[in-house]
Design a protein around this ligand. Structure first.
Ligand code: N0T
Length: 523
């Protein structure tokens, strides 16, 4: 051959998000990957702090750890970059055999620029903040300032360039530019610069996306105009940051949302106005073509709230990734609901032993006991994670979590099979009304791997797979129920066959780590 191979010819492909038939996959090393995530606390982004991270990671056993990279720590002085923490983090992540998602805490870290360097956050002239309608200055950056965009994206692009150089093995699989962007305490920027744009025409791309006729923001959107305008401009800002980063190194990038209540949202400004809340997802889609997903951070423990959020962010044009969720016990089971909504990943927040707790969002204390509720999830699915990610991409995954007061759930698998999950019943026999578990901790997963063949797992639940047609149901038996696991090469390793009491009343899951391959038949 005349041409030399490129230096990185042997490296894995760059991760990417792909979509087919309205379903999504995150490809890592060229195949669908399920993010079993763990996000560290907000200030755990220093080498010394990592000492409190790895012991918790070792107990939870995620496959991906999510860690902030602060603008202030990489560009404390304008134009001088220091990526030494990134290098330390990459080395330790590899040693601990986990992938990384990096969180770029910059212009917006929950409303404010507190993670921006002093030369940014203390210079309100060069980097202006949002001005309210009554003339107050908020601690939230205006999305209209070219200087802020230029400075943020320059630093972000340098980060991505650095990553491209030091991460040929693709330890980093996704990047989150900003964190829960949006503004609290005001609906939008009312500075003269912002007002001038507000009074001009709505961009064509947005009109086309929403099927609206031309006009000013007020004319087109009426009462929603202020919020939609802010959302559009924040999304455009972040999209340009992402675009510059992807030009250096095109990793998947997503924007996480501080949610508004799904049923009683309140007013923009009470929730983060201009962030990717459920009412502005279409605006973000039009404004941010370089963003691969809009992701919910779910801190709503109530069942219908949680599952409604999952449904709203799982769309043919949006891969569901639960980028943060509470680390209290009651949240653990919702990992299975997320899988049932075709999630590409899920991550509890606050996973380290720095002894910080964000209670009441999360647990009162981060302890080994707290982690165990979540570790069970990952023990159950980790050996099959690749298989599940592929099956999810093919629409073959059903998952659910226990809803208080609803001890029986029925999910349609396909035209031939239903999955019935019962909570709170003994493992042996039982007739009568199922009571549900004392606490709603049940969870169930069924992955269809053949016409009559399933991978089944769960916890604190009884799972039955029933023929939808009664005549076939009457003669339904198991050909086999095999407990086992998958080895690192994805080969099934048989442990034992379940039969007799273990199958006569359904497949009963406790807190044991049990993964079943089940084949149904009829005599
Ligand atoms: C999250 C986290 C971290 C009852 C909170 C959630 C993380 C950020 N924000 O610990 O700060 O960086 O993304 C805000 C949720 C407020 C909801 C209160 C509703």
């Amino acid at each position: 051959m005349a041409l030399a191979l490129p230096a990185n010819a042997q490296t894995a492909p760059i991760p990417k998000v792909v979509t087919k038939d309205g379903r999504h996959a995150l490809l890592v090393d060229g195949a669908p990957f399920l993010v079993l995530g763990a996000q560290v606390n907000n200030s755990s982004n220093y080498p010394a702090a990592l000492d409190d991270v790895w012991p918790a990671i070792d107990m939870l056993k995620p496959n991906t750890v999510m860690v902030p990279i602060a603008w202030e720590q990489v560009e404390a002085e304008e134009g001088r970059f220091d990526f030494s923490f990134v290098d330390t983090l990459l080395a330790q992540a590899r040693a601990n055999k986990v992938r990384l998602v990096l969180l770029w805490f910059a212009t917006w870290k929950n409303n404010g620029p507190n993670y921006a360097p002093a030369w940014v956050k203390l210079d309100n002239t060069r980097f202006p903040r949002v001005i309210t309608a009554d003339g107050r200055t908020l601690n939230s950056m205006s999305p209209h300032a070219q200087a802020t965009l230029d400075a943020d994206r320059k630093a972000f692009a340098r980060l991505m360039r650095h990553l491209k150089q030091v991460d040929l093995q693709r330890t980093v699989i996704m990047v989150q530019p900003q964190n829960e962007p949006g503004t609290y305490g005001g609906v939008r920027d009312f500075s003269p610069l912002a007002q001038k744009q507000f009074d001009s025409a709505v961009p064509q791309a947005l009109l086309a996306k929403l099927g609206k006729r031309p006009g000013t923001w007020k004319q087109v959107f009426g009462a929603d105009a202020d919020e939609f305008f802010h959302a559009w401009h924040i999304a455009r800002f972040i999209d340009q940051v992402a675009e510059a980063g992807k030009a250096e190194y095109p990793l998947p990038m997503y924007i996480n949302a501080a949610l508004r209540g799904p049923f009683n949202p309140g007013q923009p400004g009470q929730y983060a106005s201009g962030g990717p809340t459920d009412n502005v997802l279409d605006i973000y889609k039009a404004a941010a073509p370089h963003i691969d997903a809009l992701t919910p951070d779910i801190y709503m423990p109530e069942y219908t709230h949680y599952t409604t959020v999952l449904e709203r962010y799982s769309r043919p044009d949006n891969a569901l990734f639960v980028s943060e969720t509470g680390n209290r016990e009651e949240y653990a089971r919702y990992f299975f609901s997320a899988l049932g909504e075709q999630a590409i990943g899920w991550s509890p927040f606050g996973i380290d032993f720095s002894k910080y707790s964000n209670w009441p969002l999360g647990a009162k204390a981060m302890t080994p006991e707290t982690l165990e509720d979540f570790a069970l999830n990952y023990r159950l699915v980790a050996p099959a994670a690749r298989l599940i990610a592929q099956a999810s991409f093919d629409g073959k995954v059903r998952g659910t979590a226990e809803q208080p007061g609803k001890p029986v759930q029925t999910l349609k698998i396909d035209e031939r099979w239903n999955m019935v999950v019962t909570y709170g019943v003994p493992q042996f026999w039982f007739t009568g009304e199922p009571p549900g578990n004392p606490q709603p901790i049940g969870r169930a997963l069924v992955v269809q791997i053949g016409p009559d063949e399933f991978l089944v797992t769960g916890a604190h639940a009884r799972i039955n797979i029933n023929a939808s047609e009664p005549k076939r149901g009457d003669r339904q038996i198991y050909e086999y129920v095999d407990e086992g696991t998958y080895d690192v090469d994805g080969k099934w390793v048989f442990r034992r066959r379940w039969n007799g009491d273990q199958t006569d009343y359904g497949l009963n899951f406790s807190s044991a780590t049990q993964l079943l391959r089940v084949k149904l038949a009829s005599y």
